[in-house]
Design a protein around this ligand. Structure first.
Ligand SMILES: Nc1nc2c(ncn2[C@@H]2O[C@H](COP(=O)(O)OP(=O)(O)O)[C@@H](O)[C@H]2O)c(=O)[nH]1
Ligand SMILES: [Mg+2]
Ligand SMILES: [Zn+2]
Length: 317
């Protein structure tokens, strides 16, 4: 029976033009209806969509419901006409509450990278939670926590070890029914192991570090979005080492609100915070109210975002 009733379902997997949707009736396969296909706005994992249900084959996705939160990253590899390098937006997830930014404490830990993830998350409307994994492999966990605090003091930071159980109880407060948590971070940092530890059973496939080369990943049951027994939805984004930034002006302003506040206190409103007199930034750096490290981090992120914005604007012309 084909009904005209509008069903709202959630996108759990995207594979080229095929989508997997989950809803009360379980899991179904779907394709885009022509009008949506032509609109150029394609569903991403986490989207709620209106579907025309077809029990005999692929159901049709008619409409994407308005996104509450959204995470994407610019991909610089795209080439437009004339071989100009362009920024193509790569969607990662939609409609999450929290973004767990997972970095392991044993390999190339970088507070700067965490700060950019925070800015990207805030821009997307989500609440960032910094998770420092594999604490059992680190001699000085407090030092790393302090480092993250020095670049972002407003974010919850939790050091965890799936091996010893450290930090697991602190994570529990985010696992409330109806909440959606998106995970971001390189593959191999221990995201799946951590979720299994929190859930107390194997809900995600884990793999050794070699999953970097892609072997053994994506088993048939693998989904990028799944619902835990306790009603929490998890979105596992594809592992990535770095995240580029573009169009995250508000996210940066928010993450570094202390700095933007200082700007308003400089004597000249076009102060370059260089040689100008009565510069609030220079004063804050002298007193230590603002750390050199945080200031440099802000400048780097601001510049990168500014250049990316220009690059994108150029392409749009
Ligand atoms: N020592 C230690 N190893 C861990 C921990 N968590 C995960 N691992 C190991 O790290 C590797 C990658 O873990 P996995 O959960 O698959 O990472 P994911 O790619 O981020 O999902 C596996 O070999 C795990 O056994 C931890 O807390 N401590
Ligand atoms: Mg994993
Ligand atoms: Zn100034």
């Amino acid at each position: 029976m084909i009904t005209n009733e509008k069903n709202i379902m959630r996108v759990s997997e995207v594979q080229r033009e095929r989508y997997t949707l989950i809803g009360e009736m379980g899991e179904i396969g779907a394709k885009l209806k022509g009008n949506l296909y032509n609109s150029g706005d394609f569903p991403v994992v986490g989207d709620y969509v209106e579907v025309i249900f077809n029990p005999y084959g692929d159901s049709l996705i008619e409409k994407i419901l308005e996104r509450r939160t959204y995470l994407s990253r610019p991909d610089r590899s795209g080439h437009a006409d004339g071989y100009v390098k362009t920024l193509v937006e790569q969607p990662m997830a939609a409609n999450f509450d929290y973004v767990f930014i997972v970095t392991s404490l044993n390999q190339n830990f970088s507070a700067g990278r965490i700060a950019r993830y925070i800015a990207v998350t805030v821009q997307g409307g989500g609440v960032p939670v910094v998770i420092l994994s594999k604490a059992d492999l680190c001699d000085d966990v407090d030092k790393s926590i302090a480092e993250v605090k020095s670049v972002s003091d407003k974010t919850d930071i939790i050091a965890v070890s799936s091996l010893t159980g450290m930090g697991m109880s602190d994570l529990q407060k985010y696992f409330k029914s109806g909440v959606t948590i998106a995970l971001i971070g390189s593959s191999g940092v221990g995201k799946s192991t951590m979720l299994n530890a929190v859930a107390g059973k194997e809900i995600m496939k884990t793999s050794n570090i070699r999953e970097d080369d892609g072997k053994g990943r994506h088993t048939t049951t693998y989904r990028h979005l799944f619902v835990l027994d306790n009603g929490v939805t998890i979105i596992d984004t594809p592992g990535m080492r770095e995240i580029g930034v573009c169009g995250i002006d508000e996210g940066i302003d928010d993450t570094f609100s202390d700095i933007t506040e200082l700007f308003s206190q400089c004597r000249f409103n076009n102060c370059r915070h260089d040689t100008e007199p009565d510069c609030a930034i220079k004063k804050a750096l002298e007193t230590g109210e603002l750390s050199e490290k945080r200031w440099r981090l802000y400048q780097r992120l601001y510049d990168e975002n500014f250049k990316a914005n220009r690059m994108k604007a150029g392409y749009r012309k």
